[in-house]
Ligand binder design. Structure first.
Ligand code: GCU
Length: 428
């Protein structure tokens, strides 16, 4: 985590030059070499999105929606992220801050504790909400999932000091974090509400985190591990995002039919899966989601399933089944282009960085190109040519299936937020 934290921070501050980033490319991870040469990225054939398992051609939006989409969702669930439970019966909310003027008068702030289990002593997710003060009608929202407690990423007096996980323990988040600060006012100015949760309130992000997180509560008696097709941490985080949306549905000042999601890195993978699983989310912005997110797995470039699903690294974030494809990626019945296509026809923006080689921004672009025919079934547009756009090119932000690559590394830059806000203004 430390490494990731500082990479994000460096990227956020834009201090890393391309040369430095290149020098930082890990060449061996979990004992496996990492390829960064286009010449060795390999030849592969992607599974045909427009052909059902029984061979039927997908020639209409109806066949996609009724037959192909459900079978693909099931495959991704069984193999990659794992099955997750439905909304809990005992979900409860405590809005302990019911509306306080904040952010130079631009916002009304609310803070809510979301109790994920009946027992309210544990499994509490703190939800921070800002609504544009000027708005007279229910507002659309961006829901962000963050690596830090909300009091660490937003400058505002009166925020609850949350807890964070550090070295396997829960501690008070009373010190600054390495993650950058969030500029919430830009959302208020655009008439969009902003909400955020800390991912560790749902499930901690380390190998045996299941012993402390929400997944523990769903283990059957005698079960200490999840089954091979059951949820990893990413699915747990996604599930938590749906619980925030459950709260929005109770809140008159929020238009719960217009909620967008955003997260970066492993949380970019998380928002993608949350948007696929929960079709109440209207828009997804997946930042630098990389392997296990929008980047093609069959392309041998940067991180691969071998690296990410190694038990010494991030297998706990996925269904255990995922690892069985580490050495046979070509046998996987889907690839990341399916994840992208499963959002169709809803708007999806992929945000990447040109020197984020580990996450393979080109692999994300090619994934979007391969998913575009599915958007096309709904008369929605995605990228059309295999030619990568240059860093900073904003033309693909105009499509429902959007793509934007900043000049720089693994992070979400202030310029990215500007583009995200204008994309949301268009599509939310
Ligand atoms: C690691 C991991 C990536 C992940 C990233 C992050 O680098 O290999 O798959 O996206 O952490 O979450 O920052």
């Amino acid at each position: 985590m430390k490494k990731i934290g500082s990479t994000l921070l460096l990227a956020a501050l834009s201090f890393t030059s391309n040369a430095q980033q290149a020098a930082n490319r890990p060449t061996m991870v979990a004992g496996f070499p990492v390829n960064y040469s286009e010449d060795s990225a390999g030849n592969y054939t992607l599974p045909d999105l427009l052909k059902c398992t029984d061979g039927q051609a997908v020639t209409s939006a109806k066949i996609w929606t009724q037959k192909r989409r459900p079978e693909l969702v099931k495959m991704v669930e069984e193999i990659q992220f794992g099955k997750m439970p439905p909304a809990p019966k005992d979900l409860k909310f405590n809005a302990f801050d019911k509306g306080t003027p904040a952010l130079n008068g631009k916002a009304i702030r609310k803070q809510v504790t979301v109790y994920l289990t009946k027992d309210t002593s544990d499994h509490k997710m703190n939800l921070l909400i800002y609504l544009p003060a000027a708005s007279k009608k229910p507002v659309p929202m961006l829901l962000n999932i963050s690596f830090a407690a909300y009091n660490q990423i937003i400058d505002d007096q009166g925020l609850l000091v949350g807890n964070i996980w550090k070295d396997g323990k829960k501690i008070k988040a009373d010190k600054p974090s390495v993650f950058g600060k969030m500029d919430v006012e830009q959302f208020m100015d655009a008439g969009i509400g902003f909400a955020t949760v800390y991912y560790g309130d749902i499930e901690p992000d380390f190998k045996d985190g299941i012993n402390y997180g929400i997944r523990k509560e769903y283990l059957k008696p005698g079960q200490t591990q999840t089954a091979d097709n059951e949820w990893g941490a990413i699915a747990a985080w996604s599930w938590g995002l749906s619980r925030a949306l459950d709260y929005f549905e109770t809140e008159k000042q929020i238009d719960a039919k217009r909620v967008a999601l955003q997260g970066a890195s492993r949380l970019g993978k998380t928002v993608l899966w949350a948007g696929i699983r929960d079709e109440r989310f209207k828009v997804v912005v997946a930042s630098i989601s990389g392997e296990g997110g929008a980047a093609l797995s069959r392309r041998n470039y940067g991180e691969t399933i071998r690296h990410i699903s190694d038990p010494s690294r991030y297998l706990y974030q996925f269904a255990p089944n995922y690892h069985t494809f580490a050495e046979r990626v070509n046998e996987m019945p889907f690839d990341a282009h399916a994840l992208v296509a499963l959002m169709a026809p809803r708007p999806l923006l992929l945000q990447t960085g040109s020197t984020d080689y580990w996450s393979d921004p080109k692999g994300e672009y090619l994934s979007a190109v391969a998913a575009a025919p599915v958007y096309q079934l709904f008369n929605k547009k995605g990228p059309q040519t295999p030619q990568m756009p240059a860093a900073g090119d904003t033309s693909l932000l105009l499509n429902e299936l959007g793509y934007y690559m900043h000049e720089g590394g693994h992070g979400v830059l202030p310029e990215d937020w500007k583009h995200i806000v204008s994309y949301l203004k268009k599509y939310l």
